[in-house]
Design a protein around this ligand. Structure first.
Ligand code: BGC
Length: 780
């Protein structure tokens, strides 16, 4: 059972708590309380093992393809968190005996996980446990753990096994060759494992310090077994005695930038990682924790500076939860890596990156930390190799981005087979990897957004132009000429609404493809003028002169579905509006997403006006200037009742649009529902990991939605409309590389832009120029 109000004093609205332990619903806290730093992701499984646990440790970018007929995925490394504890010979488990005062907490501010309770064993011996854990933001390779045990009622003997356990798998798939195990100086434990196909070496090192009442206990018993190396510690505790165990671990891999070099040497990797452990271990848990907490303050909380005063304090916690996760899911240290749809919190979606990053996560970084946004876009730049491969394999030109991406050069990695078809009993085919093509335009649009917000010309010169041009070339080759209608079309696709497969002219896809080609034309025109040298070089590589003609002639004739005369509804695709309708009340009120598939298979759903997630509605957000307010309203009102929000990407988009349309109460309730995707009462929905895009959507709903921050025609527009529950909100964004701090109340907007000569922006139709600070009255 979750509780979000336990934080007091400095930690008010910072603490995510679990106040009752349930061995049947472990997945939720394992995921939403996971720890990480963008390099490591450590699922928060408890120290003692349970049947239904999923104990995962991932390192970003270390993809491995276990078998020919499986897709590449992030392998689950050896585990260092498990402790097998015995009290007077009885195995410690919360499934036996009695537990009192149980509380597990993730402190979002300090990024430390703690767990405290009193346990009485079946034989009546009472002990008090206190566990602590963090994954350092200061040293990306480091995991710190601490356990305190106090005997309360009896003299007891405590014994525990702790070490490195590589008897792990990804739901059965074993990704590693066994490597060497070693214990140095009876303390420093090392285990090497190597992925079977990608041949990445992983080195884990761990060391323990065990003390009773401040005195270190004598040497442990050393053990090795297949894929496992561990120590056994034992101590006698009189009532009131306190045992403290500190366990420090380092993780390094041959994929780390500094080791991924032609002269790579495993010996060197082992030595460096062990040396780091020796140095870190000396510092001790508390010191390492403080370094980590300083890093969180410096890099995250003081940098993003987001504060909200809401009558419902849960909103404040939810926004902090979002920023915590946005930080730990992002491999900011390495542009060869992207963000997984389930972050680094679980095996769901295999660590693959989707359009989720560009549409739902990049906005946060573009506005709040442009350096990281740049790194994520460079990942897509490196992915051009895979995108060109995919285009060529499908008979197209240019760059066709994979629907799911792993290592940048891999190309398409979407699995082909999915869930059971309840009618035929067969596996359902996943078509997205073949025909969900809008991602190519989504990435091009993200490049354009990034440039507009940051003005980063260097990025465009080195990477951005090439991405926009070659994606446009893909679209030009992808279009199909319809002789009867004398227009280009895009047929046989899946749009964002994955409940409609093989549709013709999905509005979202057509508009975004058109936009992609238009961007290419605009940027090519500008580049010819401003940097003819660069144009010439790119022309050589990409045959731009010819491509340009194609973009121009074809995009002009691409069919863009228009609002119907009678009700302004834009057809989601050529057939959607003619499909039959069923009563969706039951599914709209479902407790678990996807309940529709208990009754229908995808083929049947394809024949009904049922939408999985925002499709036309998200188009109206991304290309908002292409549609009038009336058209937006008509489409919101038509499609929302037909949308099941079965993807977590849907609610935040609807929240933002609802706010734009003046439906403030609806917007706020949709925002609330978006925050509940991971934090809400549903017990199993986060089992496979957190919902990274939805977490980005929480931030977007607040900043793009309620604060109304958008880029329109290359200018910053700020149209705030706070929910009634919010008294005020404050945050810092970066515009053209300089910080701007916005403070918004129900009746005013204050802009502080100290580093500018003049900072220009638009609010409710008026243009303002701010020299240092400016306060504007707004109508609430
Ligand atoms: C959604 C996609 C999304 C993917 C990964 C699917 O359920 O329909 O839009 O990209 O999940 O989050």
């Amino acid at each position: 059972m979750m509780n979000y109000t336990m934080g007091k004093g400095n930690f008010t609205n910072w603490i995510v708590s679990e106040v009752e332990f349930s061995p049947d619903t472990l997945g939720k806290c394992e995921s939403i309380m996971y720890l990480g730093n963008g390099y490591l992701g450590l699922r928060s499984a408890t120290e003692e093992a349970y049947l239904k646990e999923t104990r995962d440790l991932f390192v970003s970018g270390t993809f491995n393809k276990f078998d020919e007929n499986e897709v590449t995925e992030l392998p689950n490394l050896a585990d260092v968190t498990r402790l097998d504890i015995r009290i007077d010979g009885e195995r410690f488990s919360l499934e036996f005996g009695e537990t009192e005062d149980y509380v597990r907490q993730l402190n979002l501010k300090t990024a430390e996980l703690t767990r405290t309770f009193t346990w009485t064993s079946p034989k009546g011996k009472t002990v008090r446990f206190h566990f602590r854990r963090f994954v350092s933001l200061e040293n990306l390779h480091l995991i710190g753990m601490k356990m305190d045990v106090e005997s309360v009622t009896h003299p007891v003997t405590i014994s525990f096994d702790s070490g490195i356990n590589a008897q792990m798998s990804n739901t059965g798939a074993q990704h590693f060759h066994e490597g060497e195990r070693r214990i140095f100086d009876k303390r420093f434990v090392q285990l090497v494992q190597t992925t079977t196909q990608s041949k990445i070496d992983m080195v884990l090192n761990t060391a323990h310090k065990v003390m009773v009442n401040g005195v270190e206990v004598s040497e442990p018993v050393m053990n090795m077994d297949r894929r496992k190396v561990w120590l056994n510690f034992q101590a006698n505790l009189e009532p009131g005695d306190k045992l403290e165990m500190e366990k420090v671990t380092t993780v390094y891999t041959s994929r780390d930038k500094e080791f991924d070099t032609p002269d790579y040497d495993l010996g060197q990797l082992r030595e460096t990682s062990l040396e780091d452990l020796r140095t870190s271990f000396e510092k001790g848990y508390q010191f390492l924790l403080e370094e980590h907490q300083d890093a969180w303050n410096r890099k995250v909380w003081n940098a993003y500076n987001l504060e909200v005063n809401s009558k419902d304090s849960f909103d404040v916690l939810a926004l902090r939860f979002a920023m915590y996760h946005l930080t730990i899911m992002t491999p900011a240290h390495d542009e060869r890596m992207g963000i997984g749809a389930k972050a680094l919190s679980g095996e769901g979606y295999k660590g693959h990156s989707f359009w989720d990053t560009e549409i739902f996560i990049l906005p946060f970084f573009m506005y709040s930390n442009p350096e990281v946004a740049k790194s994520l876009l460079k990942y897509r730049y490196l992915g051009l190799v895979g995108a060109r491969k995919k285009a060529a394999e499908n008979g197209y030109e240019g760059a066709m981005y994979p629907w799911e991406a792993a290592w940048p050069t891999d190309g398409e990695v979407t699995p082909v087979w999915g869930a059971v078809d309840i009618v035929t009993g067969e596996q359902t085919k996943i078509w997205s990897g073949f025909i969900e093509q809008h991602i190519t335009a989504d990435i091009a649009n993200a490049v354009h957004q990034y440039y507009t917000i940051t003005g980063d010309q260097e990025f465009m010169d080195e990477y951005g132009y090439e991405m926009i041009f070659d994606t446009a070339t893909f679209w030009a080759s992808r279009l199909e000429w319809n002789e009867d209608k004398q227009e280009y079309q895009i047929n046989q696709v899946v749009g964002p609404d994955e409940y409609k497969e093989h549709v013709d002219n999905n509005a979202f896809t057509n508009y975004m493809a058109h936009h992609n080609m238009q961007l290419a034309i605009r940027y090519a025109d500008a580049l010819k003028q401003e940097n003819p040298e660069r144009y010439k070089a790119l022309n050589n590589d990409l045959n731009l002169d010819a491509a340009y003609k194609n973009w121009q002639s074809k995009s002009d004739k691409l069919y863009l579905p228009q609002p119907r005369e009678e009700d302004l509804v834009i057809p989601q695709d050529d057939t959607y509006l003619q499909l039959k309708e069923i009563d969706l009340t039951k599914y709209k009120n479902q407790e678990k997403v996807g309940s529709l598939f208990n009754e229908y298979n995808l083929e049947q759903v394809n024949q009904m006006q049922i939408t999985k997630q925002a499709d036309v509605v998200i188009l109206q957000l991304l290309l908002e200037q292409s549609f009038s307010k009336e058209v937006k309203k008509a489409n919101f009102n038509y499609y929302e009742p037909r949308t099941l929000h079965d993807s977590s990407l849907s609610l935040s988009t609807h929240a933002i649009l609802a706010n734009d349309l003046g439906e403030e109460d609806l917007a706020y309730s949709l925002f609330k529902r978006a925050t509940e995707i991971d934090l809400g009462p549903a017990k199993f929905s986060s089992d496979h990991g957190v919902h990274a895009a939805s977490i980005g959507g929480i931030w977007m709903s607040a900043v793009l939605g309620f604060a109304g921050v958008r880029v329109l025609d290359g200018k910053l527009r700020i149209n705030p409309k706070l929910p009634k529950h919010w008294d005020d909100m404050k945050f810092t964004i970066y515009w053209k590389g300089q910080p701007v701090t916005l403070t918004i109340t129900q009746s005013s907007l204050t802009v502080k832009a100290e580093n500018y000569e003049i900072f220009a922006f638009e609010t409710f139709g008026n243009t303002y120029e701010c020299k240092d600070q400016l306060e504007i009255k707004i109508n609430s």
